[in-house]
Design a protein around this ligand. Structure first.
Ligand SMILES: Cc1cc2nc3c(=O)[nH]c(=O)nc-3n(C[C@H](O)[C@H](O)[C@H](O)COP(=O)(O)OP(=O)(O)OC[C@H]3O[C@@H](n4cnc5c(N)ncnc54)[C@H](O)[C@@H]3O)c2cc1C
Length: 457
């Protein structure tokens, strides 16, 4: 069956949907709009470009308008969708260069308008050299600033994964970096104290000024109109450049009647359909059923965006078995010598979500001590006290080897609602080159169950 499909927003989610739609069925008429002038920019490479690991920021694109048009889509860039009439099944889009508006009808709408960085309304926000971090355009500015000798100090607001990565990158470029967060811990949404204490110590050892529990109240500028300091309730700190990294808000104002979370994310079912007929929402605009909480959650990750595109397109193409039943928010960060991954809920987040949980933290050498070298690894499992159902896991890997990919099977365990008793009997390999007879995850499970016979330390 062929449809007229309109796609609103063509970045990771939209690109994935268009590619899937047209590779499965070339006969659809696909019309796509994006207000930006580029497609598929990988924000994950911004900090790596600032530090110099990525030499050419243009390498961070994996698709473009031409590719999608070759597949058969009509793509209008620099064109903003300004209204969606879901009763008439019509989209109004405005060409941002000419101001001209066009109305396009649809059979199916894929809404992939993503998110935008949260900004502060604080004193002197309009000074120069204060940025948010998302687009290729931001990346170009942030990379250029790293090379300017007059930029001596950098303040990063927000110690989530983007903020810490940028703090490390500017530190590596020789800048004096201050990293500020309102919370008392870094990456508090994903990791508990067992991991954040060590990460905070390593950030400070690198001579980054880490200021936690501090609220940004404004900026101080010079006579040149450029920022010179940030002002917090913990004092003022020098900053010739500021990057605000305090989270993302879904761009969903165009669908006022749809069911949403409080932050505006559109609730979707396992087929990515919103509460409005024939309207699918994917990527950062969507809130998906979270396996750990059993509620809808907004988890802004490219992994969810790309999967959502595959699912929405497959559903439109009649492949009804392709569904996204749940997410767990699996994520990783590699900073200041800490390789960390987490999935599901941290213990703090689980308690905040009202779950009755316990946890098991296990730290050990990764390989048997009779091997020539070993590296430290830690795992924390969070589980429901009554059912022993796994609801969260964190892995810290400290050395050359990364053990973080073990998080994938723990993510699957959460999606499949497995209990620690099932996890304990997972058939994992043992090879001295790689791990111990009872690897660190199984050991953490056994510890939680009180079945420890392999002594830790
Ligand atoms: C610095 C950084 C690092 C990241 N690192 C990682 C990582 O390592 N791993 C990971 O999984 N995720 C990472 N992410 C998150 C990831 O980039 C997002 O989850 C992803 O971009 C979401 O894709 P999306 O297509 O849903 O939304 P977006 O990327 O927000 O794209 C939405 C598109 O819609 C367009 N649009 C919006 N409104 C309209 C309108 N009215 N009309 C027309 N077009 C519109 C926008 O111009 C945009 O192109 C990172 C994000 C950033 C910013």
């Amino acid at each position: 069956m062929e449809y007229k499909v309109v796609v609103v927003g063509v970045n990771h989610a939209g690109t994935s949907a268009i590619r899937t739609l047209l590779s499965q069925n070339k006969d659809h008429k696909v019309v796509a709009f994006d207000r930006n002038d580029n497609i598929s920019f990988l924000g994950c490479g911004i900090a790596l470009s600032v530090s110099g690991v990525v030499h050419n920021v243009n390498d961070l694109f994996y698709s473009d308008c031409d590719e999608l048009e070759r597949l058969g889509a009509e793509v209008y860039m620099s064109t903003e969708v300004v209204r969606i009439d879901t009763d008439k099944k019509e989209v109004i889009a405005r060409d941002l260069k000419t101001g001209e508006e066009r109305a396009v009808s649809y059979d199916k709408l894929i809404y992939s308008a993503g998110s935008w960085p949260v900004d502060f309304k604080v004193e002197n926000r309009d000074l120069q050299n204060i940025y948010v971090c998302k687009l290729f355009q931001h990346a170009s500015e942030l990379i250029a600033k790293a090379g300017e000798p007059e930029i001596k100090s950098v303040a990063i607001i927000g110690a989530g994964y983007i903020g810490i990565e940028l703090a490390e990158a500017y530190h590596q470029r020789g800048k004096k970096v201050t990293l500020v967060d309102l919370q008392e811990r870094v990456v508090p949404a994903y990791f508990d104290k067992e991991f954040t204490d060590r990460l905070e110590k390593d950030i400070r050892l690198a001579d980054v000024n880490l200021v936690l529990g501090a609220r940004l109240t404004g900026y101080v500028g010079g006579s040149d109109g450029k920022v010179k300091q940030i002002v917090t309730d913990h004092g003022k700190f020098d900053a010739d450049l500021v990057v605000q990294c305090v989270g993302f808000k879904p761009n969903t104002a165009l669908l006022p009647k749809a069911d949403k979370l409080e932050n505006g994310a559109l609730k979707v079912d396992a087929t990515m359909q919103t509460s409005i007929p024939d309207v699918y929402a994917i990527g950062d605009a969507a809130a998906i059923y979270h396996a750990a909480t059993g509620t809808y959650r907004h988890v802004a990750l490219a992994t969810n965006a790309v999967k959502g595109g595959v699912v929405a397109a497959s559903q439109i193409n009649g492949l009804k078995q392709v569904r996204l039943e749940s997410i767990t928010g699996t994520n990783a960060i590699c900073v200041f010598g800490n390789k960390l991954a987490s999935t599901g809920l941290s213990e703090t987040a689980a308690v905040a979500a009202g779950l009755n949980v316990a946890s098991s933290f296990y730290a050990d050498n990764d390989r048997p001590e009779f091997m020539n070298d070993t590296e430290q690894v830690g795992v924390k499992l969070i589980y429901e006290k009554e059912t022993l159902r796994l609801v969260g896991a964190q892995i810290g890997s400290y050395g050359e080897t990364s053990h973080t990919e073990c998080i994938f099977y723990l993510s699957l365990a959460i999606q499949k609602r497995m209990s620690l008793l099932e996890l304990a009997m997972t058939d994992v390999y043992f090879l001295p080159h790689f791990n111990k007879p009872f690897n660190f995850i199984i050991s953490a499970v056994l510890q939680a169950l009180g079945l420890t016979y392999m002594k830790n330390g």
